[in-house]
Write a protein that binds this ligand. Sequence first.
Ligand code: SAJ
Length: 438
Amino acid sequence: MKNWNYNTITVIGLGYVGLPTAVIFAKAGLKVIGVDVNPQTVQSINSGRPPINEPGLQKLLKEALNTKLLTATTDYKYAIKNADAIIICVPTPIGENNVPILKYLDLALENVSQFLTRKKLVIIESTIPPGCTHNHIVPLIEQKTGLKAGTDFWLAYCPERITPGKSLKEFIENDRIIGGYTHESGKIAEQLFKKVVKGKIYVTDIKTAEVAKIAENTFRDINIAFANELALICEKIGVDVMKVIQLANTHPRVNIHLPGTGVGGPCIPKDPYLLIYPAEKLGFKSKIIRTARMINDTMPNHVVNLILNGLNSVGKSIVNSKITILGTAYKGGVDDSRLSPAKEIINKLKALNANLVVFDPYCSETFGARSEKSIEEAVLNSDCIVLVTDHPEFRNLDLVRLRKLMKDNPIIVDGRRIIDPNEAKRHGFQYLGVGYGN
Ligand code: SAJ
């Protein structure tokens, strides 16, 4: 097979996956045209201000702009006509009753098809349901262009495997799966990604790649659900789930994830539904995957119950108490609040007429609650601190100082199990935690 010569690649969708993709290929010396439908995003990127917070991203973006290897545009015609390869990284969320929403993907495909010509490589990096390439993407492109996938243009699925907060490092270092619509398509896509990926690249067929990607995230969701159910069992029988997990994971083939306040983010809560959707349309009924989603979705309510139990244990009522919520981001170290468990926790507490205040050093989202600029102001005269997000800053709170700021009989509800229970009790706190059976 000939060596495919890439000069210019176009990346469509400059968000949490697309922008790291664009700057990493620019760093490798390729000319990159970034396309986004949002003019503010384009303008911000061209001014060297990444619209997302990701360690190292601003530096790489500035380098790419200084070398003139990266430009952002809303002009699809320019972007597709000048590209040897096109990488689509648009969101694929789920909607009502967890049905996949492909409208952003369709918009990108329609725009690409308008200008696609022969001998280009089209790559989908967005997470898609099994069968989507054959049943949806290929018919759409072939119908609009008259071109034949795999013959007139190459088509591959290269799902991302990056976690926000470590996206740039992981994009380069992690192993990667590539699914080729044809064997040749897969090998050509492999040539492109070999320019930037140091990890091993596994080339397979596209349907296998579609399932493998969402199997990864669905596994994580089920594993987390097991950790959460194990936590509820430990609370009932008076054992600390964190000690159980730590010990169980010393087994060479056991890797139990961590319990928490629930599962948020743009991927893990929705990818399980992408996985089961096509099969359930054919009569299959998921058990473990749906049950795991249900377990994880009950955790925010469990945290609210822990808060009520804590207040009750010191004779306080929710309506006359100040509750400090630490963290609104969906996970530690990120400013992203998409599908964050904090939203349901805050809504439930607001419905109970609690006096709420939130503090999150990364994330500006407050879900309608009052916020404070510092943890001290957020904790002042508070009855109960709730650890909702496992930000690094919350792992070594100054409990002596916080105790002095709070009202008598202060409570800590540790939704992420990042505070030492004995340390908290030693400093005069009532300590409750997910999976902490005392
Ligand atoms: N969580 C737990 N317990 C755990 C691990 C996570 O409760 O042991 C919670 C987190 O707090 C969070 C949610 O689950 O609310 C998901 O967090 P995550 O770290 O498992 O995964 P994400 O959402 O960061 O997934 C990202 C996705 N990539 C992007 O958003 C660009 C996903 O497609 C990747 O596969 C995943 O990282 C990854 O780890 O590879």
